[in-house]
Design a protein around this ligand. Structure first.
Ligand code: PMP
Ligand code: GLN
Length: 391
């Protein structure tokens, strides 16, 4: 049997979570919250199920949810735009089964065999296989610690006649870096000059810290004309297992996106759509309070690790913090995470799997960095930090 993805292994998130369970380690590896979704949201999903709202929803998503998402976007990113520049829920938003489906469908919509897509490493693991299965080729640009900033001159040199799209992710998994207004305007310049498209993975959009603003593509109408903006309610409402995501794109791109989406899943889980629409309407403050909530979590972890021998990298957004362990161990990052899980009792994610397979050995020679997820109760974070401080 000829594999279509010969280089792909089981995802590092699966590997580390399985190992964490097996060795009863505190699991700060795979990114998921330890807290429950808001009580209101759980009540509403239970109610939808018990009231018999259990059949297919419209393929694009329930209209009331599409409208509530548009309202949220208007409030958060588009207050200063003219009405005709604002997104329209019914024409521009499509509900998907997680951001993963939205990314997949956006990539299938854009990429034809031979097309090149620029991605920045470390990169979330689902981008490259989706590009490859569409027949495309990823052009990798490495971002360097500690800032993991994008050098747009390098991006411009990488663009050629085959370049079709650039995938950005801010706030960035795994590094916690974020893009600035200057980044978005550099991106817009290149996209317009070279006729490219953008896929903007904004699943951590509501989690930026220290007063920093999330620079959504949805703030920039000219850039949005050539963009698919992807997000996920899993992160926002502590319900990653519901797999509820969405994609926002201009009319024409949305029409093409929907053609493919209808044959991937047709529609997403109806009760969750009903409940989330009600949640967005009734409790918008949950979203605006999220940055503060996670900033406190980040700071609990940072403070508790002050006395450790890890060196901490900046986390400006997401629910991840990177630690450099070069003062502690000569092991490579994967071995270090295995040892940490089995022998020490804390599970983390190595960074090397976020780089292309052929670059990993060289990367591991020079970099000793792991990722911790701080979407956990303070007790859990303090317990993990106490253990890590003993290394
Ligand atoms: N993009 C990034 C950067 C992510 O971290 C994740 C999930 N951890 C996803 C996409 C996928 O989101 P979902 O679970 O909604 O499919
Ligand atoms: N995005 C999550 C993380 O980065 C994991 C999602 C998954 O398991 N595929 O940890």
């Amino acid at each position: 049997f000829t594999s279509k993805l010969p280089h792909v292994e089981t995802s590092i998130f699966t590997e580390m979570s399985v190992m964490a369970n097996q060795y009863q380690a505190i699991n700060l590896s795979q990114g998921f919250p330890e807290f429950e979704p808001p009580a209101f949201l759980k009540d509403k999903i239970n109610q939808a199920i018990s009231e018999g709202k259990n059949q297919y929803s419209p393929s694009n998503g329930l209209p009331e949810l599409l409208t509530e998402i548009a309202n949220m976007v208007h409030r958060q990113y588009q207050v200063h735009l003219a009405d005709e520049q604002k997104i329209d829920g019914l024409n521009n938003v499509t509900i998907t089964s997680g951001a993963t489906e939205a990314l997949w469908v956006a990539i299938q919509t854009l990429v034809s065999p031979g097309d090149e897509v620029i991605i920045f490493d470390p990169a979330y693991d689902s981008y490259e296989p989706a590009v490859e299965l569409a027949g495309g080729i990823c052009r990798h640009i490495t971002l360097d610690a500690p800032s993991y900033a994008i050098n747009w001159a390098v991006v411009e040199k990488t663009i050629n006649a085959k370049t079709r799209a650039i995938i950005i992710n801010s706030p960035h998994n795994p590094t916690g870096s974020i893009l600035s207004q200057a980044d978005l305007s550099a991106l817009q310049g290149l996209v317009e000059q070279y006729n490219l498209y953008v896929i903007s993975d904004e699943v951590y959009e509501h989690m930026t810290f220290d007063g920093l603003r999330h620079e959504s593509v949805l703030r920039y109408p000219e850039l949005f004309k050539r963009a698919f903006v992807v997000s996920s309610f899993g992160k926002t409402f502590h319900c990653t297992g519901w797999k509820m995501g969405y994609c926002i794109a201009p009319d024409e791109l949305t029409a093409e996106f929907r053609k493919i989406h209808q044959f991937v899943t047709f529609c997403s889980f109806t009760p969750a759509q009903i409940a989330i629409a009600q949640m967005l309407k009734a409790q918008p403050a949950h979203i605006t309070e999220l940055a503060n909530f996670y900033q406190q979590k980040r700071d609990v972890l940072i403070n508790a690790l002050q006395e450790s021998r890890f060196s901490l990298l900046p986390s400006k957004g997401t629910y991840f913090l990177l630690l450099d362990y070069s003062a502690i161990s000569p092991l490579n990052d994967r071995e270090f995470c295995q040892w940490l899980t089995k022998d020490i009792g804390v599970a983390a994610i190595p960074l090397s799997p976020f780089y292309p397979a052929e670059q990993r050995p060289a990367y591991q020679q020079n970099n000793k960095v792991i990722r911790l997820c701080f979407a956990k109760n303070d007790d859990t974070l303090l317990k993990a930090a106490e253990i890590l401080c003993q290394l």
